[in-house]
Write a protein that binds this ligand. Structure first.
Ligand code: GLU
Ligand code: ZN
Length: 315
């Protein structure tokens, strides 16, 4: 046996990721998720991957993926492995669906969203025994691993609605697109992600994702859900409500604000450092414990979008 084992080897092989949907440019809310996941990975001497979640082609905006990548670079957020695009991974997703089908866990459903809504919003298994053809129908997964609570590294114990936890949710849509819940789990497994750090808007979907990890016999990652940047309580900044794009030319103010948002308490002087120095400062200082343990933080931005104020913390 050789005795060359490095003494400084990382404690574990941490692999984190940032997974933006290319439906528009990065805004302050997505910057927080990018910076939070990056700092957590670097704090653990881990790898930080970028995955472009372009599976829902109906929401993809031309040029947005490239713009997001350029923005990440402008903010000193450099990824460690080749960027992955979901639209190039259909085979992986189809393989997972086939695996579930082989276990008789998938059934086709032709209920409309309206019908499900009329019955209380939670799908009750109406089509389960109808043996409808798989083609041209939505595919649902028979839920055998209902997960109604889990531990989150920031939000602590998360409890989700039991109806939602038990629901046979859709893994492939009637238009033929693979559903977000399926692809995100397929990707996290395939990319060997150990730690998922993202916004608290995904607290509920996480329960479903955990159930799929268990169904597939895969090890579940750690989850840490960062507070969500909201314009008003329960009104998240998003591409859909036209949250302004963050500046690629002047990245320092928004980066500084993201550090503040994440509880790093930067001093004004940090703004005279370079982006690389700012990031090195943040990696040094970062620890999951400094992140506010709340689900939402209300922010307001100046008209030029360079200054961000935090008005108050909710929940
Ligand atoms: N693509 C999702 C979004 O932009 C994030 C998914 C994830 O981090 O798991 O909201
Ligand atoms: Zn149905």
């Amino acid at each position: 046996m050789s005795d060359t084992t490095a003494v400084t080897a990382p404690v574990r092989n941490y692999r984190g990721r940032f997974a933006p949907s290319p439906s528009g440019p990065l805004h302050f809310g997505s910057l927080v998720a990018a910076v939070g996941s990056y700092l957590d990975a670097k704090h653990h001497q881990g790898s930080w991957l970028v995955r472009i979640e372009d599976i829902d082609t109906t929401r993809v905006v031309k040029g947005a993926a490239d713009d997001i990548l350029k923005t990440l670079e402008a903010y000193g957020l450099y990824w460690d492995e080749q960027v992955v695009y979901q639209t190039q991974r259909h085979e992986l997703y189809q393989h997972i669906v086939a695996q579930l089908q082989a276990k008789q866990l998938v059934y086709a459903c032709n209920c409309s969203r309206k019908q499900v809504k009329a019955l209380g919003g939670i799908y009750q298994g109406h089509c389960k025994n109808l043996a409808l053809a798989f083609d041209n129908h939505a595919l649902r997964l028979t839920q055998c691993h209902a997960t109604s609570h889990y531990h989150d590294l920031i939000q602590d114990e998360v409890v989700v609605d039991s109806g939602l936890a038990h629901e046979d949710y859709i893994i492939k849509r009637s238009d033929g697109l693979f559903a977000y819940q399926l692809v995100v789990v397929a990707d996290d497994i395939e990319q060997k992600i150990t730690d998922v750090v993202r916004g608290a808007d995904l607290l509920e979907p996480t329960a479903r994702q955990l159930s799929l990890f268990k169904q597939l016999g895969a090890t579940t990652p750690n989850y840490a859900h960062l507070p969500l940047a909201v314009a008003e309580p329960d009104f998240k900044l998003s591409k859909q409500n036209y949250a302004p794009a963050i500046s690629k030319q002047q990245p320092k103010p928004a980066l500084f604000s993201a550090f503040e948002f994440l509880g790093l308490a930067p001093e004004q002087e940090l703004l005279s450092a370079s982006i690389e120095q700012m990031m090195a400062w943040a990696i040094e200082r970062y620890h999951l414990n400094v992140v506010p343990k709340v689900a939402q933080i209300q922010i307001s931005q100046s008209a030029d979008n360079l200054t961000t104020h935090f008005t108050h913390i909710i929940k």
